[in-house]
Design a protein around this ligand. Structure first.
Ligand code: ADP
Ligand code: MG
Length: 696
């Protein structure tokens, strides 16, 4: 086994999906490269390679060979070359645009009959030279691709241009080149637009922090901040790190993480997150995480990388564009053989633009994922948008997901002569390090009674069962009826269960010593949200819980959904698999911490209220960053809307190309119009997809 290394390489100059393929192929061909993911929106390539065979310089060279660039920080900062470039580039661009537009107006105007024979005055070699100069950027790309034995969308059109020049129609060639360049700009514009969603998010990352050092305050760039540093945040400022509040009081707008702009109160001991904003009051914060490690850093990263989790339709789109060019070439040959008309043949080559096939899906996905992230909905890829739009089965965990996750202890039943205080002290001490919501309920009850807890030893938590630990010399177990072994359930328990309460059995030195009952309220917005899911086409909604039968029945009857009780975490996975085996597309909604395996098994795993909990963000395919059930139907809506846009984009491109090819092949489309027609689908797709950026 060799040691593989993973490196993120920034790549500039990629304007379309086709470009990412070129970069991908170029890097992939290097010996020792294991895998490559190229991201258009984030403008980077993630390369996994064997450092013994490849290094960064070789990767940069491969990227340069494909016609793109790995920015080299040293030379980019060289002041001289930079100012010269900055100076000449806009002038060249303006000159190019003016030149192009004049040329186009003259040639096209003549074709439309606005003015008489100007082009006839121009000698053929001059016209030829004009085409070459004007089309230089396009021809250069095509030539480079050809040398790499690659066919790109402009290859066919370039063949069209050559055809036009050969038959002496240099004016037509000018128009073709004009539209190729307009097409390039349209594509660049579209890509920039799609990048906007990711850029908006990245731009929210804090850049500097005000550190407290030796009693005074200094501003430092964010990458110089270390965990443990003390950061001072003034009113109206962005909190630069994830950390704990040492002192101070403020209302914090956490919209960057949760999408919720109602500020929350924070004070001493509270957790605060990078990129959230302290609105009133100031804070001293002890740094725990900085930069990419913060919750916000992770969100940005996931949105950037979402592009890699491609939807199935996109793969189809990519395949179609792979076949499309050869098919067009064949149609062109047939057209020529039958009609012997070079103009129709040129028109066939010109009307074809495969880029819009490749563009139809990713642009819409990027727009949606970016817009959703701003509203507290983290979607990890087009794949999950596609699956969510098709999902028909929703399975929901109970504790912490359907309910508020803040259960209260309502009853303490002592069975063995222990005092209530003693029972609670033992149970709360044993639960000291459990992350389960029920454990927190037990600890809260102990705090309310101001009981002194002891440090547990040999603490073990068994998901879906409970915990056991040694408290002093006493062996304490707290958990569901399962920890009871074969022993029967006492009558008191049955009574409490009927009230819909969750029971915790407490065993002390292997004897049942008492029962704790907790009640948990449903989140108020839940019933409406579930009704909305049904309206959106979900056929089956089922409650999956590790809790007992009677409690599950009480909860699910309030919501009018089915339930399965007494489940262990592995049972939940089995149920997900069962539905999948019956060809259902399964969405599992859980709290992410103890449901991680079932979330991962589901077609789409959705973690509820993941803001700030890393496990949940990591385990799920979609994370709802705040505890708000209305986000769930919203996710379905976004997915369905996105897929509608994607299908419209694909359908539009397909019909457009079929009509265009047919007209061109039968000679109804002059080459000039054919060239004009090919840049339209890109713009249509852009317009259609940008509706998704404005997702409410
Ligand atoms: P759900 O599926 O409803 O989210 P879990 O699978 O997390 O529930 O837990 C199932 C049951 O296991 C709980 O109802 C409780 O009785 C018991 N349990 C799990 N973890 C703990 C714990 N830390 N302390 C006490 N009881 C626990
Ligand atoms: Mg749970």
């Amino acid at each position: 086994m060799t040691n593989l290394r993973t490196l993120e390489v920034p790549v500039v100059g990629m304007d379309c999906t086709e470009c990412t393929m070129h970069v991908q192929h170029a890097i992939k061909e290097l010996p020792g490269v294991k895998s490559v993911t190229v991201l258009l929106a984030a403008e980077k390539a993630t390369v996994q390679f064997d450092p013994a065979q490849v290094d960064l310089a070789m990767i940069s060279k491969a990227v340069a060979g494909a016609g793109y660039k790995v920015p080299d920080t040293a030379s980019d900062q060289a002041p001289n070359s930079r100012t010269l470039q900055d100076f000449t580039k806009p002038i060249l661009t303006i000159f190019g645009v003016v030149f192009g537009v004049i040329l186009f107006v003259v040639v096209f105007g003549e074709w439309l009959g606005w003015f008489e024979k100007i082009t006839a005055w121009v000698p053929w070699p001059v016209g030829f030279a004009l085409v070459l100069i004007f089309g230089y950027p396009v021809f250069k790309n095509v030539l480079q691709a050809t040398l790499r034995r690659q066919v790109i969308s402009h290859t066919l059109m370039t063949v069209g241009v050559i055809a036009a020049l050969v038959v002496g129609e240099w004016a037509t060639a000018v128009v073709v080149v004009f539209f190729m360049r307009v097409g390039d700009y349209a594509e660049k514009f579209t890509t920039d637009h799609a990048r906007k969603a990711v850029r908006d998010l990245t731009s929210m990352s804090p850049q500097t922090a005000r550190l407290e050092r030796n009693g005074s305050e200094v501003d430092v760039p964010i990458n110089e901040v270390q965990p443990g540093d003390i950061v001072v945040v003034r009113p109206g400022e962005k909190i630069p790190v994830d950390g704990l509040v040492l002192d101070g009081q403020a209302t914090v707008n956490q919209a960057a993480i949760t999408g919720e702009s109602m500020p929350v109160e924070v004070g001493q001991g509270a957790k605060v997150f990078a990129a959230t904003i302290a609105q009133m009051g100031s804070l001293r914060v002890q740094t725990t995480l900085v930069g990419p490690d913060t919750t916000f850093g992770k969100i940005v990263r996931m949105v950037e990388e979402a592009e890699a989790n491609r939807a199935e339709v996109q793969r189809i789109g990519d395949k179609v564009s792979g076949y499309y060019l050869p098919v067009v070439a064949v149609i062109a040959v047939i057209t020529y053989l039958i009609s012997r008309d070079p103009l129709s043949t040129a028109a066939v080559l010109l009307v074809a633009c495969s880029c819009s096939f490749a563009l139809a899906t990713p642009i819409a996905m990027l727009a949606s994922i970016g817009a959703a992230a701003k509203h507290g909905l983290l979607i990890k890829g087009g794949r999950y948008i596609e699956l969510l739009a098709k999902a028909d089965t929703v399975l929901i965990d109970k504790t912490g997901t359907l309910t508020t996750g803040k259960p209260r202890l309502t009853d303490v039943v002592c069975l063995n002569g222990l005092s209530e205080e003693r029972l609670l002290t033992l149970a709360a001490s044993a639960e000291r390090y459990s992350e389960h919501p029920l454990a927190e309920a037990v600890r809260q009850a102990a705090r309310d009674k101001e009981l002194r807890l002891s440090e547990p030893k040999e603490f073990v938590a068994e998901p879906g069962r409970g915990v056991h630990a040694r408290v002093g010399e006493t062996l304490v177990e707290v958990g569901s009826w399962r920890i009871q072994g074969d022993h029967s359930i006492p009558l008191e328990a049955v009574e409490l269960e009927k009230q819909g309460k969750t029971l915790l059995f407490v065993r002390v030195n292997q004897e049942l010593a008492g029962i704790l009952a907790a009640s948990d309220t449903l989140r108020p917005e839940t019933p409406a949200a579930l009704a909305e899911l049904k309206r959106l086409g979900v056929r089956r909604i089922e409650l999956l819980t590790g809790d007992n039968e009677r409690t599950a029945a009480a909860v699910s009857s309030q919501l009018g959904i089915d339930y399965r009780a007494n489940l262990l975490p592995e049972d939940k996975i089995r149920i997900v698999k069962e539905y999948q085996a019956q060809n259902h597309i399964v969405v599992m909604v859980g709290d992410g911490v103890n449901d991680a395996p079932a979330l991962a098994q589901a077609n789409v795993g959705i973690a509820m209220g993941a803001g700030g909990t890393d496990v949940a963000i990591e385990a799920a395919h979609i994370a709802l960053m705040r505890e708000d059930w209305t986000l769930l139907p919203r996710a379905f809506q976004i997915a369905q809307r996105t897929m509608r846009v994607v299908k419209m984009n694909l359908g539009f491109t397909m019909i457009y190309n079929i009509i265009g090819l047919t007209l061109a092949a039968f000679g109804f489309l002059p080459p000039i119009l054919a060239a004009a027609a090919q840049s339209l689908p890109d713009l249509g797709i852009l317009g259609n997809s940008s509706r998704l950026l404005r997702q409410k």
